[in-house]
Design a protein around this ligand. Structure first.
Ligand code: AMP
Length: 645
């Protein structure tokens, strides 16, 4: 590989690369949701104003349920028809697949028991879902949903569609973003941009609103909660901070209601067994119906089938009528809503914004139609949330607006996102050297120079990490590669320039180059995916709670590194110039050296620094003698070479 600049070096996230938009061909915006997906496009209205429009699904509604059902022949159907099969044929119906996208089996430990299908490992960042006799990856299932949306758009527009913008939750990591892109490619789409959902929503609102402001986007979807703080300045959006909980959404409210229904039934029919797959799906279906109805009315009722084995309990009655009030729902979901409080506080803190400075709060996601959620958000922010647009459609509308910008039809707006976790590399002693701090606006590039630690070192390992802790062992490894071909130089002379490039989609490229050598550098990149969303949040929380410990650990690493430099230099100097010292002087230095080495194995940064200073002070005369000696040697050599001419 040629050492000819960082752009040509291999990227960490190898994945399908989009080509630019095709002139004159419509670009669609897609909200690929956990529960529902939508496709939208910006069109000129009667007055010539460009406005986003949700494209109707082929079966009529605006939302395409993100559900895939496989019939007896293995044929897939997607959307509302598939959703109806969730109860009738749960074994062959797949939903909430977005929760699995770009994630390995280990990442899914916590939610596995909620899923009514079996998972098997496919790779470190991919699982396979068993559906009947076949198995599918989440990418394949997502591609089926995207294909359906593409077909809806083509039917509506009456022409082929290829280019698309697809939205993802703000906390999606590299692997999940790549998996989304791959699903797009598999569906025959050229994915021009992966856009964060809260950013899309604020873009949709920003178009009709004031030019300046500070906006919080509260996005409670089917499976994820995201909060973002954005600055709108002169019509330009900048994401100041994002936070969230990727395991919290309307689905969790459904689970809470389903558990409540089950325990209600079992209080009358203690033998009723809802542990089976179909039974669970039936409970969840009734639960969601109750929840959605309660956004309109104060009391809702839904029929829950008593299982065949349970019918006998009620003289042949097939259904149980579950009745739920808003007050009961409020009680069931209060702990879930409460879990959104901390992420909101954290996002505001990270953005450096006081609650009172916010000019707008925007609601996104189906569950935010529930009056109790609006009230909760109002209490949380101390202001009435802004929900003039349809909370289910606002993300797709924003994606369509981004598509319109990419198509060159709207030059008014610019989008800036941020990296959710700091990015850096491992340096000597296991320290994390951060190149891109978290919440840096993307696209961004950071360059830093590093050097070798050992004389004659011809290779350096570049280990790339993500996280907030001071030691890499507490952060998450993203990738590693080796830069070879460095000429053997004394320690500290080689200059290795490491470049981090985060593109507009939040995808990272890392490159390393040795600046002095003309030799070709060879680089090997081994991606090690698998960071889970929950871990991202855990790492943020961890970074905060360990800040003090980390500072101490980092000080120890730094003190040891400094001490190592001094001991190496002293040993080298002694080897060359011990004969210039008298016995007492040499003895003092030996003792100081031994004392520092003994301190270096402890965790006492203060003691290491003190011993290091003592050795530095104690070797001042040795350094002087060595310098004179070297000078005299050089002068002698110069004379000798003069004489030989
Ligand atoms: P989204 O990800 O925005 O499509 O939101 C999907 C979630 O919104 C699911 O949990 C739905 O059950 C929920 N949802 C949709 N409509 C409503 C409604 N009117 N009231 C309460 N929740 C709703």
């Amino acid at each position: 590989m040629a050492d000819n600049g960082f752009r040509e070096l291999p990227v960490i996230s190898a994945g399908p690369v989009a080509h630019g938009p095709t002139a004159g061909v419509p670009i669609i915006g897609i909200d690929l949701g956990t529960t529902n997906s939508l496709v939208a496009i910006v069109e000129a209205d009667a007055a010539g104003t460009r406005v986003p429009r949700i494209i109707p699904a082929r079966d009529g509604g605006n939302l395409v349920p993100s559900v895939v059902h496989f019939n007896a022949d293995g044929q897939a159907e997607v959307g509302a028809a598939a959703r109806r099969e969730r109860v009738r044929d749960a074994a062959h119906t797949v939903y909430s697949v977005k929760r699995l996208l770009g994630r390995g089996i280990d990442d899914l430990k916590d939610i596995r028991h909620h899923l009514p299908f079996n998972l098997e490992e496919s790779s470190a960042s991919n699982v396979k879902l068993q559906v009947g006799a076949r198995s599918y990856t989440p990418i394949e299932i997502s591609a089926m949903i995207l294909r359906e949306l593409k077909a809806s758009a083509e039917a509506y527009l009456g022409k082929p569609v290829e280019d698309a913008v697809i939205t993802v939750p703000a906390y999606f990591n590299d692997s999940q973003r790549q998996a989304t892109r791959s699903a797009g490619s598999l569906a025959g789409l050229n994915v021009l941009r992966i856009l964060n959902e809260p950013t899309a929503a604020s873009l949709a609102y920003g178009l009709q609103r004031k030019k300046n402001g500070l906006i919080a986007v509260y996005d409670l979807g089917g499976g994820t909660f995201d909060v973002s703080v954005l600055r709108l300045r002169d019509g330009v959006f900048e994401v100041l901070a994002t936070n969230g909980d990727t395991q919290l959404g309307g689905d969790d409210i459904d689970h809470a209601i389903a558990d409540w229904i089950e325990s209600t039934i079992r209080s009358t029919y203690p033998q009723a067994d809802y542990s089976g797959r179909d039974a669970k799906a039936a409970l969840l279906d009734a639960a969601e119906k109750l929840k959605i109805e309660l956004s309109e009315v104060a009391t809702a009722a839904a029929n829950v089938p008593l299982l065949p084995s349970s019918r006998q309990f009620d003289g042949g009655t097939r259904d149980f009528l579950a009745t739920l009030t808003r007050a009961q729902l409020e009680k069931l979901s209060a702990p879930l809503l409460e879990r959104t409080r901390k992420p909101v506080e954290n996002a505001l803190r990270d953005a450096g914004i006081a609650l009172s400075e916010l000019t707008d709060v925007v609601l996104v996601g189906g569950p935010t139609r529930l009056p109790m959620i609006r009230q909760f958000v109002e209490g949380l922010f101390g202001r009435v949330p802004n929900s003039s647009m349809h909370p289910d459609e606002v993300v797709a509308a924003g994606a369509a607006i981004q598509a319109d910008i990419l198509a060159g039809n709207n030059r008014e707006f610019l989008l800036l996102d941020v990296v959710p976790l700091s990015l850096g590399i491992e340096t000597f002693g296991g320290a994390m050297s951060k190149l891109v701090p978290r919440n840096t606006t993307v696209p961004t590039m950071a360059k830093e120079q590093f050097t070798t630690y050992v004389d004659g070192q011809t290779k350096v390992a570049i280990n790339v990490f993500q996280g907030e802790r001071e030691l890499v062992k507490d952060n998450r490894k993203l990738a590693e590669f080796v830069l070879g071909g460095i000429p053997p130089l004394p320690a500290g002379v080689a200059r290795v320039e490491v470049t981090f490039l985060v593109d507009a989609d939040g995808i990272l490229n890392v490159a390393a180059k040795e600046l002095y050598s003309e030799a070709e550098a060879s680089i090997e990149v081994k991606p090690t995916y698998g960071l889970t969303d929950a871990e991202v949040e855990g790492m943020l929380a961890d970074g905060l709670s360990h800040a003090e410990d980390d500072k101490r650990a980092a000080q120890v690493v730094q003190a040891r590194n400094d001490a190592q430099t001094t001991t190496t230099a002293t040993e080298k100097a002694l080897a060359e110039a011990r004969h210039l010292l008298d016995e007492t002087e040499a003895g003092v230095i030996d003792r100081l050296l031994a004392s520092l080495k003994a301190k270096m194995v402890t965790h006492d940064a203060e003691a290491i620094r003190a011993a290091n200073k003592a050795l530095n002070d104690g070797t001042a005369r040795l350094a002087e003698l060595l310098m004179d000696h070297t000078l005299q040697k050089n002068v002698k050599n110069a004379r000798a070479s003069d004489m030989s001419r």
